[in-house]
Design a protein around this ligand. Sequence first.
Ligand SMILES: CC(C)(COP(=O)(O)OP(=O)(O)OC[C@H]1O[C@@H](n2cnc3c(N)ncnc32)[C@H](O)[C@@H]1OP(=O)(O)O)[C@@H](O)C(=O)NCCC(=O)NCCS
Length: 184
Amino acid sequence: MIKKKFNTRIKARYRKNKQIIKKEINNFFDWIKGAELIILNECNTSEDPVRPELNNEFRNSYGRKIYGVRYKGKICAVMCFGFTNEIPKTVKELDLMTKDAFLKSVLRDQKIGQIAIAYTIWSKKKGGGKLIVKEVFKMIKKSNHLNRLVTLSPLTEMARNFHLHNGAIELQVNKETQNFEYKI
Ligand SMILES: CC(C)(COP(=O)(O)OP(=O)(O)OC[C@H]1O[C@@H](n2cnc3c(N)ncnc32)[C@H](O)[C@@H]1OP(=O)(O)O)[C@@H](O)C(=O)NCCC(=O)NCCS
């Protein structure tokens, strides 16, 4: 009798948990489906956990761009890019290399650099990190002049785990940063 009651209770709890998990999975996929990649004129730099010292002027100069994933009018993840022809190991190198690629493009064909350098990424909603990488990857794949997607990441376990889990490979570990590459 007690055993039967116990089994019924366990079964009811199992059914309830199953319903909760299903609801959470549906909510998760709803937000992924409704999200879109957009170019931002600016971002809240104090929210940037990686490079808060870089202002919006830096992030928009010499062809650099700020991308965001928008869902229901809110920005859920941000990724900032510079375009170069070499791989920077520091922000100073990123600055010089983006300027160089930009100036060459003005003299040549207006197409700035062949390598997209992601120098910061942050997410404000679970799943936003993976989603923005996926969307940026698709955008670069479609582009007719960008052929590499490389990160200039901080030397943290979080950055390392995040990029390796998302399918990037390690290019090099530097004194202050590390570079990962998403093969196009
Ligand atoms: C790293 C960051 C962008 C991940 O964004 P997120 O939306 O939480 O991540 P996702 O849900 O898309 O996770 C994608 C994968 O990354 C890994 N990951 C996510 N957060 C992680 C963390 N804190 N530590 C280690 N790995 C992590 C997971 O393996 C996950 O894969 P899974 O879903 O198969 O488990 C987010 O935690 C963040 O904004 N961190 C602070 C800024 C930062 O360190 N940026 C990265 C360096 S450039």
